[in-house]
Design a binder for this molecule. Structure first.
Ligand SMILES: Nc1ncnc2c1ncn2[C@@H]1O[C@H](COP(=O)(O)OP(=O)(O)OP(=O)(O)O)[C@@H](O)[C@H]1O
Ligand SMILES: [Mg+2]
Length: 333
């Protein structure tokens, strides 16, 4: 089947900021780590920003769990940082208000902290503020410090709130230092040549609905969407391999032989194959739903048999490099 959209991993990783969003557990960190490895293979200096507390993508890239809000160089090309909100707030106050930590204990510091942690806009803006700050960093030659910043860990609802923040704040704040910061941030995130989002879903109802929610919400910001990744698709569900498997399962002597070889009882084997078959069929319905709701997944990734997030992320990076994974060309794993 022809690709409905082209999802070009090189174009995506040529952007300064790539936001990976989607429902919990769909594979955001795996895709983010895969994109980071791909960008690094292309010679880019990459920063992975983990906005969730768990440090998922940094672990997949070989880092420790507790990465701090200061960039930590994992390899020659890839650095990671984790943005827990409180730490982001400290840095924000420090960078923008030149307020050392001790000053935050003063009444003025407390007021700023209260505003920044209790009003929706400023709180959400901290994460984007830090990303904006890292994007504008330059090295001693004046060149951008990071070629590509990949943002991992934005669950859909949260992503919408965070991405809206600078645009919402523009209408709340008029003039002054905060306004000009917010304006520059909105400029970065709404510029399709610098910022793009990759939305990950799996062939299930809720992940697709969340991806649709995101698609609708981005019109308000606006933030460009490079594509929708349909992850964990059972590969080759209608292909020869599955026909062979089904034919085998309809031959009682083969079922017995296979069950003996696996030391399973034949009913368990039958149940497992039926479950796999049902999953493969339902997923096709959901891929169809995604096609209707999202204009089609731009890129389809197979459910891999690899163990451990690091190996899965590396396999995905290889697929990005080889441009495989579109519907109809799912690699056999
Ligand atoms: N294509 C795939 N094939 C097999 N396993 C996968 C695939 N993609 C992701 N996984 C596995 O699924 C699990 C969830 O993936 P991941 O942590 O990337 O999701 P997430 O969206 O970042 O989750 P969270 O919302 O909790 O941060 C991990 O164990 C990961 O290794
Ligand atoms: Mg994650």
């Amino acid at each position: 089947m022809a690709r409905r959209h082209s999802f070009d991993p090189d174009t995506v990783t040529d952007r300064r900021v790539v936001i990976v969003a989607g429902k919990g557990g769909v594979g955001k960190s795996t895709v983010a780590a895969g994109l980071a490895l791909h960008a690094a293979h292309r010679g880019k200096r990459v920063l992975v920003v983990d906005v969730a507390a768990d440090g998922n993508s940094s672990q997949m890239l070989g880092g420790r769990r507790a990465i701090s809000f200061q960039p930590h160089q994992l390899t020659g090309d890839i650095a990671v940082l984790s943005l827990l909100r409180v730490e982001a707030l400290e840095e924000y106050l420090n960078v923008y208000f030149h307020m050392p930590r001790l000053a935050r204990l003063t009444p003025f510091g407390k007021v700023i902290e209260f505003v920044a942690t209790s009003v929706p806009g400023p709180k959400d803006i901290l994460v984007l503020g830090k990303i904006y700050y890292e994007e504008s960093r330059v090295d001693e030659d004046g060149a951008p410090y990071w070629d590509c910043i990949i943002v991992d860990g934005m669950a859909t609802g949260h992503a919408i709130a965070q991405l809206k923040a600078p645009f919402a704040m523009q209408s709340l704040v008029h003039g002054g230092m905060i306004y000009s910061q917010v304006e520059r941030m909105a400029g970065l995130f709404s510029d399709a040549s610098r910022t793009t989002a990759v939305v990950v879903a799996t062939p299930e109802e809720m992940p697709i609905q969340e991806a649709r929610q995101f698609k609708e919400a981005v019109h308000e910001f606006p933030i460009a969407v490079a594509g929708y990744v349909m992850n964990k698709v059972i590969p080759d569900a209608d292909g020869e391999r599955d026909k062979v498997l089904r034919t085998c399962m309809e031959t009682p002597a083969l079922v017995t032989a296979l069950a003996n070889a696996l030391e399973w009882n034949p009913e368990d084997l039958n149940a497992t194959v039926s479950l796999y078959d049902a999953m493969a069929r339902t997923q096709d319905e959901f891929v169809e739903l995604a096609r209707n709701e999202l204009g089609g997944p731009s890129w389809t990734l197979p459910l891999l048999g690899t163990r451990g997030g690091g190996r899965t992320a590396r396999a995905i990076a290889r697929m990005l490099a080889q441009r495989v994974g579109a519907r109809g060309e799912v690699p056999r794993s």
